[in-house]
Design a protein around this ligand. Structure first.
Ligand code: AMP
Ligand code: GLY
Length: 418
């Protein structure tokens, strides 16, 4: 199968990493890709939010499957443009991607489908926002209605900060605070059949012990040894299937990756948010354990054939992903510094541990330099979380980037003997 992957972050590197070792993949292209992806896929430049340009590229490459990684092209309707060109696409239509693109729309779908989530108000004036903040009390949860590249959510006990964020948004969702551990559960769906992947947990705060500002994600692991055995089945029944059914009922079926961000509260599981794409960095850890060839899974979703797919196969072991962030991330990331030690990881740690690139590029001399806040992540596997952690941190210790930082406690608690 000839595959074109759209995007150029760590998630797309994880997808390309898995697809490049898949025996059914005969050609792998990525647009625009990044310095790391260039080692496993042919890179092509493209404006990822221009549906006509992506469709044209897919036709030119004779792609049999287009996999759209990030949310922005999905919300912009790039999947629709590629589908209109007659090429199967892994990724929802613009209409279905609103599940991520608008928090208010997601709330409406959940209400209609009976999916448990935080109580919320959608506010369009400062007065409405003040009333909602008053009604819920602290800690306040204030969410920009639209796509905000991970910066749209403020959780704070400071009323002034909550009010200020609400005023900076055109439309804002203010909701009840959900207490309890968070779980990311991904599901592949063709709009009808829903196939959950293994759950993962990510670490959103910048510093050890869940301190510091929110980030796009500093690390992840899978599986979750502490989770109830029935968690996935339960979420499939109460969250994923009803949501997919509701979108189909409305004539806007969701096919692609449905990501449920969940809080396991004392009163039961609640949806924190939906995303319409694979999450970063959970994808790196989840795909490291998937044994079923990825291309067949994505193609079945893209062509409405998931019902006939064999059950997914997973490694019994564990995977841990740790993100290396540049100096100043997330406030003011510094870029343009050389990243050293990548060859050492490739020589000494592969295949058990490997680097997936996020914000990197090649300078004129062909050296990898930092080009974003989250620069790269190391993913490692092992028979259990403790060993996977050890491998991940050993490999990460070989990488040198001026001023960079990473969390030392990814999966630490979960790896402790219970
Ligand atoms: P989101 O961008 O929706 O993933 O939100 C970012 C983070 O904010 C989540 O991962 C949670 O840690 C936190 N968060 C969002 N909504 C809530 C809520 N209702 N209660 C508590 N924390 C929340
Ligand atoms: N891991 C969080 C996200 O991808 O949105």
């Amino acid at each position: 199968m000839r595959i074109l992957v759209i995007g150029g972050g760590a998630r797309e590197h994880a997808l390309c990493h898995a697809l490049s070792s898949d025996p059914d993949v005969t050609a792998l292209h990525c647009a625009p890709g990044n310095a790391g992806i260039s080692e496993v896929a042919m890179l092509r430049p493209v404006d990822t939010e221009d549906g006509a340009a992506v469709a044209e590229l897919a036709v030119e490459l004779r792609a049999e499957l287009v996999v759209i990684g990030p949310e922005a092209p999905l919300v912009a309707g790039v999947a629709d443009a590629v589908r209109a060109a007659g090429i199967p696409v892994f990724g929802p239509s613009a209409a279905a991607a609103r599940l991520e693109g608008s928090k208010a729309f997601a709330k409406e779908i959940m209400a209609a489908a009976g999916v448990p989530t935080a109580l919320s108000y959608v506010c369009t004036t400062p007065e409405q926002a003040d009333e909602a903040l008053e009604a819920f009390g602290p800690p306040y949860v204030v969410k920009d209605d639209g796509l905000a590249a991970g910066k749209g959510v403020v959780v704070t006990s400071d009323l002034a900060a909550a009010r200020a964020h609400a005023r900076s948004c055109e439309r804002v969702v203010i909701e009840e605070f959900l207490d309890g551990p968070e779980v990311s559960l991904f599901a592949v769906t063709d709009g009808e059949t829903v196939v959950p992947l293994e759950p993962a947990q990510d670490f959103k705060r910048a510093h050890d012990g869940d301190e510091g500002p929110n980030t796009g994600g500093m690390g992840a692991y899978s599986p979750l040894p502490w989770a109830e055995p029935g968690l996935t089945e339960d979420v499939l029944r109460t969250v994923l299937q009803p949501t997919v059914d509701e979108l189909r009922r409305r004539g806007t079926p969701f096919s692609g990756l449905l990501y449920a961000g969940l809080a396991l509260t004392g009163r039961g599981t609640r949806v924190i948010e939906f995303n319409a794409r694979f999450g970063d960095p959970e994808t790196q850890a989840v795909l490291a354990r998937l044994r079923t060839p990825l291309s067949g899974l994505l193609y079945s979703a893209a062509t409405g054939q998931l019902a006939g797919l064999e059950p997914l196969r997973w490694s019994d072991g564990a995977a841990v992903t740790v993100v290396l962030a540049s100096e100043g991330y997330p406030t003011a990331p510094r870029t343009g510094d050389p990243v050293e030690g990548l060859e050492e990881v490739a020589a000494q740690d592969a295949p058990r541990a490997y680097v997936l690139h996020a914000g990197t590029r090649q300078d004129k001399g062909g050296h990898v330099v930092s080009a974003g806040g989250r620069v790269l992540s190391v993913t490692a596997t092992g028979p259990d979380l403790a060993e996977a952690r050890e491998h991940a941190y050993r490999a990460l210790g070989r990488i040198r980037l001026r001023g960079s930082h990473y969390r030392k406690d990814i999966a630490a608690k979960a790896a402790e003997p219970s």
